[in-house]
Write a protein that binds this ligand. Structure first.
Ligand SMILES: [Zn+2]
Ligand SMILES: [Zn+2]
Length: 162
């Protein structure tokens, strides 16, 4: 758990964008506890107005500080490209090169959050999930490997570094 609040994150993003892209940040960086599909995102309105950069509650709660700031730099680069009219995005060479240059993670390469670990009672293989329902009601789930019952064996928190 870190104490990076929205004000600090917005100031960090502002400095980063001015220093490296000579671009002014005019939107806030905010926490979004419902953001589950990614660790962060740059939100633009339907008519093309930048609205905000969001970081997931998940990454802010469980991520290491260096991981949080890396994810923020990733979103800042989206913002900078948008402001400069560059259409490259995740997966495109220009964008990926900028990520590497600023030591920002590629999309979906980081494991962050609280994972429940379970074991297949038949073959013993171990799986992990973030789905809370599995922990609350493991008897209603079957393992993928054997279609057998699963047993919860604990939980593990990942901070994105390990
Ligand atoms: Zn991205
Ligand atoms: Zn199995």
């Amino acid at each position: 758990m870190t104490d990076l609040d929205e004000q600090y994150l917005t100031a960090y993003a502002k400095t980063f964008l001015e220093r490296h892209y000579n671009v002014k940040l005019t939107i806030p960086v905010v926490r979004n506890n419902r953001l589950r599909t990614s660790l962060g995102r740059f939100v633009v309105s339907a008519n093309g107005t930048p609205l905000r950069i969001e970081l997931s509650g998940n990454v802010l709660t469980y991520g290491a500080e260096s991981v949080i700031l890396g994810v923020l730099r990733h979103e800042c680069i989206h913002y900078a490209f948008f402001k400069r009219g560059i259409f490259d995005t995740d997966g495109d060479p220009l964008f990926e090169r900028a990520l590497r240059k600023h030591r920002a993670p590629s999309s979906r390469t980081l494991k962050v959050g609280r994972f429940f670990r379970f074991q297949c009672v038949r073959c013993g293989s171990i799986g992990e999930t973030t789905v809370k329902r599995v922990r609350q009601n493991p008897t209603s789930y079957l393992s993928k490997c054997c279609q057998a019952n699963i047993e919860l064996i604990g939980e593990k928190v990942y901070d994105g570094l390990t």
